[in-house]
Each structure stands twice: as structure tokens, then as C-alpha cells.
Design a protein around this ligand. Structure first.
Ligand code: IMP
Ligand code: MG
Length: 188
């Protein structure tokens, strides 16, 4: 056991930024853009890839709004910037399905520096998908360190520490139905 004092989520304050109702509207609007895009390029189906853990909620909501036939798969990765400035990608859980010739849509919770997703897009593009696109519920545009365009973004959010709707702090708060800014106890 560590000597660190136990973090107590009940001591935190969370200020709502986006309500559950607004998030549901956001999902509908993103799903409509996605349906329109794949109809336009004539893709009969897509592979909707959930980037664990944060995208779990958004991925499930999106899946139920899309009209385009969708298969699903899951991936868990993290990026780390060490001595190599380009960063390194660690894959904790890889896809089960073969993406060769598939229209792949990655679903992420939030794009912050952009490092994780640019490394992941680079890696997956080598597996020969018919197309590879990125969708994110939240885009922290001003925090970008790596040039990265989000093909389908739910909403642009401020560069603050956000929780809820899948986003966590120390694994807590993912289940909040709204998006909020987190204030830790010593910062109150
Ligand atoms: P990046 O774009 O490589 O910096 O990493 C994005 C990842 O960092 C996201 O998938 C989240 O897991 C995490 N992250 C970034 N900003 C926040 C936040 O405000 N709250 C919770 N997690 C965040
Ligand atoms: Mg994440």
C-alpha cells in the first residue's frame, strides 16, 4: 500500500460546463454529420472503434444514433514523451478485427495535446484501412502540441481539467451524465 493520503472524490467541487441534455444534442448532431459523410463516399458500413476508457460513454451513445451500419471494436493505448520528441505509443489492448479494407472511425473522448491520436492514426494507417477518420466528443483546440485535425468534433472545450461523460480524474467521475470542470480540494 502506498503512503499517499487517499483521494476522496467527495471533497472535490465540479462546475457544470455542458448539461446532459446538451450532450445528447451534440451526439445527434455528430451522428448526422458522420452519416452524411459516409453516405457521400458510398461506404456501406463502418467500424466504430472505441478508444478506452474515456470514449466508452460517447461511443455507446453514438452507436445508437448512427444510421450507417456499424461494427464495433475496442482499443486501449497511451502515449509517452520521453527523450524522443515524437513520443511513443503503448498499446495495452489492440483491435480484434482486421481493419484491412474497412472504413474505420476512431472514437475518442477528448483531444488535448493531440499526441496520442496522431501516433495512433499513424500506426493504424499502416494496416491498410479503406479510410481512417477521427471523431471526438470534446476538442481542447488551444492545448494542441501536435497538428491534428478532428474530422468530427462534438464541441470545442476550454483548456481546463474536465470530468464526466467518460472523462476521469484518478478513475473517478466517468459516470457523471454532464461535463464539468474539476476543482481539487486544496485549490478551493
Ligand atoms: P493527448 O491528446 O495525447 O494529450 O491525450 C488525450 C487524452 O488525455 C484523452 O484521451 C484523455 O484520456 C486525457 N485527457 C485530456 N484532457 C483531459 C481532461 O480535461 N480530463 C480528463 N482527461 C483528459
Ligand atoms: Mg483517453
Amino acid at each position: 500500500m502506498s503512503n499517499q493520503p487517499q483521494f476522496n472524490p467527495a471533497d472535490c467541487r465540479i462546475e457544470e460546463i455542458t448539461s446532459a441534455e446538451e450532450l445528447q444534442q451534440m451526439v445527434k448532431s455528430v451522428a448526422a454529420q458522420i452519416d452524411a459523410y459516409y453516405a457521400e463516399i458510398g461506404a456501406p458500413e463502418i467500424l466504430l472503434v472505441c478508444i478506452l476508457k474515456g470514449a466508452e460513454i460517447f461511443h455507446a451513445d453514438l452507436l445508437r444514433e448512427l444510421k450507417t451500419p456499424a461494427k464495433i471494436d475496442f482499443m486501449q493505448v497511451s502515449s509517452y514523451v520521453g527523450t524522443a520528441s515524437s513520443g511513443e505509443l503503448t498499446i495495452y489492448k489492440d483491435l480484434i478485427l482486421d481493419i484491412t479494407g474497412q472504413h474505420v472511425l476512431l472514437v475518442e473522448d477528448i483531444i488535448d495535446s493531440g499526441l496520442t491520436l496522431s501516433l495512433l492514426l499513424d500506426r493504424l494507417s499502416k494496416r491498410g484501412p479503406a479510410s481512417l477518420k477521427l471523431c471526438a466528443a470534446f476538442d481542447k483546440k488551444e492545448a494542441r502540441k501536435q497538428p491534428l485535425e478532428v474530422d468530427f468534433a462534438g464541441m470545442v472545450v476550454p483548456d481546463k481539467f474536465l470530468v464526466g461523460y467518460g472523462l476521469d480524474y484518478e478513475e473517478y467521475f466517468r459516470g457523471l451524465p454532464y461535463l464539468g470542470e474539476l476543482f481539487l480540494p486544496d485549490a478551493q
